[in-house]
Design a protein around this ligand. Structure first.
Ligand code: HEC
Ligand code: HEC
Length: 207
């Protein structure tokens, strides 16, 4: 440990933490995880109590890693579906929901959001291929349910049940939960970390 600079050790410790939190979902071979963990274990233990914030920070990095893939990966979708709200991450709804939604664009929540047939099928292809039938947002839905809104999913409601109406519907700078990026400022980049929430007129969310 003597030849390690503190910066390197700290960096190392973060990597280990990221691996720790992410081990379940990272597609790394178990051996690789164990190998890295083994190498860094001593360093991490020696820094474990240095401060709690380090852990928190690492968790944040992990969250960013985990959500990075939520950002839309399709130019047509990002261009055509982001003028009235963000282009929502495809994996926040199951494929059947995108199908239903895309077949009613002429009356889209009271708006006409029609596209050319080519645009419509191109976007639908992307959305269904990247949809999140097994992602945490929809995992527990009954197959018979085809929600058209992310904001009505039980997972969404649970995550936002402590956010009062005066900060949303009664807040002239927000008005609707559908405007994710009013509060999750990095939402268009697929980032929804609860530690980064900043509600217009109310400031940072501190839980
Ligand atoms: C002309 C404006 C407009 C365009 C363009 C548009 N939308 Fe919407 N969208 C809306 C409105 C209005 C709502 C309802 C927002 C509310 O309730 O506050 C909505 C809601 C949604 C929701 C549900 C959000 C929630 O509350 O969970 C989804 C999903 C959605 N739109 C997808 C799309 C897709 C996909 C496209 C591109 C094909 C698109 N939108 C293009 C106006 C638009
Ligand atoms: C009025 C502000 C506001 C809007 C609009 C909003 N959120 Fe949130 N969101 C929050 C707050 C506050 C939290 C943290 C709640 C808590 O910790 O109790 C949160 C938490 C979350 C989380 C959990 C994050 C984590 O780190 O576990 C997700 C995911 C999320 N929001 C997604 C969305 C999506 C998707 C939309 C749009 C469809 C949206 N939010 C709209 C305020 C908002």
């Amino acid at each position: 440990m003597s030849e390690q600079t503190p910066a390197k050790a700290a960096q190392r410790s973060k990597v280990i933490n990221v691996l720790r939190y992410g081990a379940g979902s990272l597609l790394l071979g178990g051996a690789l995880v164990l190998g890295l963990y083994g190498v860094g274990g001593g360093i991490h233990t020696s820094m474990a109590d240095s401060d709690h914030k380090d852990d928190d920070h690492s968790y944040r990095q992990y969250e960013d890693y985990r959500n990075a893939s939520a950002a839309p990966q399709n130019a047509l979708y990002a261009a055509e579906c982001s003028s009235c709200h963000i282009a929502y991450p495809a994996k926040f709804l199951p494929a059947r929901s995108w199908q239903a939604l895309m077949s009613g664009l002429d009356d889209h929540f009271g708006e006409d959001a029609s596209l050319t047939p080519e645009q419509q099928s191109g976007i639908l292809n992307y959305l269904t291929s990247a949809a999140g039938d097994d992602y945490k947002f929809s995992r527990r839905l009954d197959d018979q349910e085809t929600p058209l809104r992310i904001t009505e999913l039980p997972y969404f409601l649970r995550k936002h049940d402590e956010v009062p109406q005066r900060m949303v519907q009664d807040n002239p700078q927000v008005r609707s939960f559908s405007q994710c990026d009013s509060c999750h400022r990095q939402a268009a980049k697929g980032r929804f970390n609860e530690h980064e929430v900043d509600i217009p007129g109310f400031g940072r969310w501190d839980d």
